[in-house]
Design a protein around this ligand. Sequence first.
Ligand SMILES: Cc1cc2nc3c(=O)[nH]c(=O)nc-3n(C[C@H](O)[C@H](O)[C@H](O)COP(=O)(O)OP(=O)(O)OC[C@H]3O[C@@H](n4cnc5c(N)ncnc54)[C@H](O)[C@@H]3O)c2cc1C
Length: 394
Amino acid sequence: MSDLNKFREDTRAWLDANCPASIRANKEAAAESQFTKKRRSGDSVVWLERMAEKGWVAPTWPREYGGGGLSAEEAGILREEMRRIKAPPPYMGMGLTMIGPTLLEFGTEDQKQRHIPGITSGEVHWCQGYSEPNAGSDLANLQTRAEDQGDHFLVNGSKIWTSGAMYADWMFCLTRTDSSVQKQKGITFLLFPMDDPGVTVKPIRLISGESPFCQVFFDNVKARKDDLVGKVNEGWTVGKRLLQHERNSIGGGGTRMGLSVGVVDVARQYRADDEGRIEDPLLRQQLIQHQINSQAFALTNKRIMDEAMNGQTPGFTTSMLKYYGSELTKASSEMMVSMMGPQGLGREDPEHYSNQELEITRAWLFHKALTIAGGCSEVQLDIISKRILELPPY
Ligand SMILES: Cc1cc2nc3c(=O)[nH]c(=O)nc-3n(C[C@H](O)[C@H](O)[C@H](O)COP(=O)(O)OP(=O)(O)OC[C@H]3O[C@@H](n4cnc5c(N)ncnc54)[C@H](O)[C@@H]3O)c2cc1C
């Protein structure tokens, strides 16, 4: 038996023995994956603790920081085996998808030892302090200041659209340390705890009544010198690399992104005759084209990941994955809502809409945001034209 076959056999046995039955194929448990240990209960805690002990919260990260030390192939097998038993991810969040991989690449040994184990154990939640009211697509325009005070920096200013800031323990933050140079050259990448007395978090209520975002204000917030990532005024390089990790995680999510059904399931339910045939030739053509695009994207994604060194996040190609992946996801939920007709318009009315219908309509609204978060589609097209196609500026 090859090493990988043996690994699959062992992994299957371990998962069967250790993944609690109550959380398999369980939507609430899947939603809890975004929470740290202290915000969970029951078997979701058991699952996180067992996976963390095994190092499988971050399967490919080095063992010395609580990772699993798996190769890219082994991590792929682990994902397949988890899918097979419908196990939810043990933990998700910006620690795992953004700051963790960035610290592994740019952090000092001390920063890795202090910050990575909190991520691999699912105990420390991170938020992203990038966007400001006048620095979204033009991120380098950011104005939140950090002043060097000898053994620490003092941070003043404000960030906006900070997802999950109300639950976060730490923030990774882009700050301005020099205003006299080209804007990209005066930026510094800092980490600081959210319980600093100078941090104020104000949730932003959306039209839906929910509040995934916050505005965060800084009034003389202290960031320790040893929580400076990279060098002073060279934070743009670190910050851009982090965005590549973010874009990779948004783009690579697949067209279902949190949905239990796909376009073909919805077409069968709402637009097929008694024998399961879809009469409308135009719809058939749209469905086939969408499936071809999804397959082509999944294969391209896989090829890019296979070609990337040691399972590392690729570079500028992440803009291509982010652009196409998020637009495809948006197109798939738009198709679903359109096929559902009036049943696709419910948001909070369980009497007239099934759970699945409500789930699809909410996903349709959320999927639009995916084409904006992590840099809007137009910004990704700019990067692709400049950095991948090397087209001349217009
Ligand atoms: C779901 C979600 C979660 C987010 N979470 C976070 C977070 O945790 N932390 C954080 O820091 N930020 C977060 N953001 C903010 C996100 O990074 C910004 O919304 C994004 O970068 C766009 O910036 P903006 O909203 O200021 O839009 P703007 O920059 O004002 O852009 C508005 C529109 O103008 C057009 N446009 C802008 N620039 C160009 C261009 N160069 N070429 C052509 N058209 C252009 C585009 O159509 C764009 O959609 C989140 C956003 C979303 C939607």
